[in-house]
Design a protein around this ligand. Structure first.
Ligand code: SF4
Length: 464
């Protein structure tokens, strides 16, 4: 049979052009079945499987230096080509360029619940289990005044912070419970609590990953090694790439911008010199006041040698006290894409498109409507206020109905194993109307969607 099939173009009985590529000398089937678009001329595969008819072994085309191996199974014979050089053209094999998905080094725009199936199973069985992750403030006040600050909505209180002994007890309890990570990310600035550094060291000893989001201005560089050795990542909250932008968005002095940049640069130097694995990144909270700072910050991040620059939407409260209009994001798409083009294998620039694109969703969604109807995420991802008070989530800080306990008075271990803690989570899942009662785009949003889908399976789940 000829090796290169012959293409035949015809007009079918419905008036459409069709093209077949059946070799002229191919064995044809005697009982071909019903007529196709073209005809009922069908190659007789059974005849092809005849050793002699199919493979004249000497005549199989080979590339230069290529070895051929014949594989027999029943009455069928296959060919394996053992070198990939100069392969002979074969039908049905795509030989053009192929694409590869770029590796996703960080998952900024989603969740990682599938890596914690044990906790998901515990939840499905109705057991009590420790949070996978806890976001927590270490203070309830700050040394800057960012325009987009959600902590203002959560009642900043000058001077209140978690006491060192309560913090250390809590870290020990987290170790006993099996909490997997703690982010010192909360209502206040974590570096204003001097216990931050020792807490990080203690958490590593207890097998807990830690991270921190900071404005960086008061970072104690004498403890830089402790942080870099023990933290998984440090994120600088910076929504400007120039001193003027810094003054406008963070309402801080321009000279603080230079101070911060020097600290980041030094931290990166120490990290690289000592080969510490800690990831260092920048995060911009996107508001119209910093649209013109996106590209300068993308360039700044590259210059500083940080690992990433992520650009996220601005969360607003249920009362929209920060005044975010998602439709404003529609005008910044090109700039964000240009910023992303600064990415290299060592430096990731990424916008959180899932949330930023909410602007093009229905008005319901961008105004707070969720793609699920109940919040199940809080036992998996808990949030604790910088004064040590525990609530299921940040947007519910100070809502006493959902108050769980205080790290200064209660053992965190006993709380998680006790009734009150689970009653509050149950109350959240059963009584909170996520479309009306909640902040727009809260921290648990991705996790909630995942758990909702799990709890509300469609029919025919075995047809994956
Ligand atoms: S969905 Fe509502 S209750 Fe649940 S974590 Fe978000 S803001 Fe809190």
């Amino acid at each position: 049979m000829s090796k290169v099939p012959k293409e035949t173009t015809d007009v079918n009985r419905f008036g459409f052009e069709t093209t077949t590529s059946i070799p002229a000398d191919a064995p044809l089937s005697n009982n071909p079945g019903h007529k196709l678009r073209t005809s009922n001329t069908i190659v007789d595969r059974a005849a092809l499987s005849d050793d002699k008819a199919l493979l004249d072994r000497e005549q199989v085309e080979r590339g230069a230096g290529q070895k051929i191996q014949f594989i027999s199974s029943g009455n069928q014979i296959g060919i394996m080509r053992l070198s990939d050089q100069d392969e002979a053209p074969v039908p049905n094999q795509f030989t053009g360029p192929s694409l590869r998905n770029p590796p996703q080094r960080f998952r900024f725009d989603g969740h990682k619940m599938m890596h914690h199936i044990d906790r998901v199973l515990a939840w499905q069985r109705g057991e009590r289990f420790a949070p996978i992750h806890i976001d927590m403030g270490l203070t309830k006040f700050c040394n800057t005044a960012c325009l987009y600050c959600y902590a203002v909505v959560q009642n900043m209180t000058q001077g209140s912070m978690i006491a060192p002994d309560a913090l250390m007890r809590y870290i020990d309890d987290c170790g006993r419970l099996g909490v997997r990570s703690i982010g010192f990310i909360g209502d206040g600035e974590p570096t204003l609590n001097p216990a931050l550094y020792d807490a990080t060291v203690r958490a590593r000893e207890r097998g807990i990953d830690t991270s921190m989001a900071t404005n960086g201005l008061l970072l104690d560089m004498d403890r830089a090694h402790d942080l870099l050795q023990n933290m998984s990542w440090i994120r600088f909250n910076l929504s400007a790439g120039t001193p003027a932008g810094f003054r406008r968005v963070h309402q801080s002095k321009e000279r603080n911008f230079e101070l911060l940049i020097e600290k980041i640069r030094e931290l990166v130097r120490i990290k690289k010199e000592n080969n510490y694995p800690c990831t260092i990144g920048l995060q911009m909270v996107l508001i119209p006041e910093c649209f013109d700072e996106v590209l300068s910050e993308a360039r700044l991040g590259a210059d500083l040698g940080v690992d990433y620059f992520v650009i996220k939407h601005c969360s607003d409260s249920e009362y929209k006290e920060i005044g975010i209009r998602y439709e404003d994001y529609l005008e910044i798409g090109d700039v964000l894409r240009e910023a992303e083009s600064y990415s290299t294998p060592e430096y990731v620039v990424q916008a959180k498109w899932n949330k930023i694109n909410a602007a093009s969703e229905s008005s319901l969604y961008k105004n707070g409507f969720r793609k699920y109807d109940a919040c199940f995420g809080t036992p998996f991802l808990l949030q604790i206020s910088g004064n040590g008070k525990i609530y299921p989530c940040g947007p519910f800080f100070n809502k006493e109905r959902f108050y769980i306990g205080d790290l200064h008075e209660d053992s965190f271990y006993d709380l998680v194993m006790g009734d009150r803690y689970w009653q509050v989570h149950k109350d959240v899942s059963e009584s909170v109307d996520v479309h009306k009662d909640c902040a727009v785009g809260c921290r648990q949003d991705y996790v909630n969607k995942f758990l909702w889908d799990l709890k509300n399976p469609p029919e025919h789940i075995n047809f994956i």
